[in-house]
Design a protein around this ligand. Structure first.
Ligand code: ZN
Length: 154
């Protein structure tokens, strides 16, 4: 069966960045199983899998616009260290949770610490990255009516 909307698809994948660093991989554990056509994968990957069948392999290059977006400079802010005084062991690379003005929880990464301020980045960690997926299709089946109604795999 070919991958199309309303299919349940299992894939093994390895994700690398342009420098060849492995960022994520399903290999060595369970394949990723998702409902195709419901936005479960980033658009640039999901689109390329259409029409493939179990056993097929492919390499997909995803530009930031079809992945996690471009890095937005407005999401990088300098915050006075005094405002972060209650955070223990503040260091570069640390992830902080904060609530945005609209009430959403954001993850901020500490990018730099200066004498009196720290640079916090609220972009997705993969924003601005060109992503390289190495994919093998493991299984494709029709979704059940219940799965389609729920929008996820059972
Ligand atoms: Zn359900």
């Amino acid at each position: 069966m070919k991958i199309a909307d309303r299919c349940v698809v299992s894939i093994h994948y390895t994700l690398t960045n342009s420098r060849g660093d492995t960022l994520d991989s399903s290999r060595g554990s369970n394949p990723l199983t998702y409902l195709h056509g419901f936005g479960a994968l980033i658009p640039g990957l999901e689109r390329e899998l259409v029409g493939m069948v179990a056993g097929d392999t492919c390499q997909v290059r995803v530009e930031p616009v079809d992945g996690y977006g471009e890095r937005n400079a407005e999401l990088v802010q300098d915050v006075p260290l005094a405002a972060l005084a209650n955070i223990e062991g503040l260091e570069v690379g640390m992830q902080l949770q904060s609530r945005s003005p609209t009430g959403q929880v954001q993850t901020l990464v500490v990018e730099a610490i200066g004498d009196d301020s720290a640079t916090l980045n609220a972009n997705h960690p993969l924003a601005g990255e060109v992503l390289h997926f190495d994919v093998r299709i493991e299984q494709v089946r029709a979704a059940t009516e219940e799965e389609i109604a729920h929008g996820h795999v059972h």
